[in-house]
Design a protein around this ligand. Sequence first.
Ligand SMILES: [Zn+2]
Length: 284
Amino acid sequence: MRRDDCCSCCFSAVDSVCHALWTCPAANDVWLESNLRLHKWDRCVDNFCDLLMLARGRLGDEEIELFSCLAYFIWDQRNKLVHEGSAPNPVGVVRRARSLLQSFKLSLPQVGHIDRVEAQQSAQGDADLRWEAPKAGEYKVNWEVCKDSGSNVWYVGVLIRNHVGGVMACLCSPVMALPRGLNPRVGACIHALKFALELGFLDICLEGPHVNSLEVGSSFQTESIADMWNEEVWVFIQRFHHFTMSSSTDKVNRETLGLAQLGPSFVGSRVWIEEVPSQILRLM
Ligand SMILES: [Zn+2]
């Protein structure tokens, strides 16, 4: 704070903790950039404690975590402006806040914290994309769907492997019938989650095609049928002790695609424990 009580960012006459973190245009730019639902909140808040109470009443737990990290880095940005002459950078503040939160979550093997890791697009091309084993004590659950053009039935293939790539179990099953218009991937993803839960694999990394409902920060207003099914996916995810996710490429997931493609040759679901069907073995 300056001796003349002027804000170092906007030079307005009032400088206070609440101004620095909330009403100052430099702070406001960060809040706008963050996409938190607080743009229309009253900017006339008396003190920081009131601001926190306001946030706690209106934001969910995950949003509060981000809110706190953002406040921390807004303050940090201000320090850098005063002491190092750095220009405000709202995009950088939001990136650092999200990154801090992400590392914090990664350090906690906690239920409900989802870390979505994009499959790395290798600069050298697809040849470098290999199936990656999970950490010791965790299991990789790969899944894939395909549609049988003859019957129009969708099938899911699920393959669970341990940290040395050993096959623990696999499944080939028709995808459950979902209401019209719903992406069969949602049903297939539920099959994969249920399969892992039923076999007692509670520390998993789920790897499969992109599913919208697995986006971090998906909001569930349960207004549509799709919202209800998305919520269903999240209910299953909460039952794991440790859950991470990565999206796959066709190449990485060819064994599970092969499993799904076996679907039409069976009646109903098939499960293999600690082995894979011979047709899949040559794909591995
Ligand atoms: Zn200011």
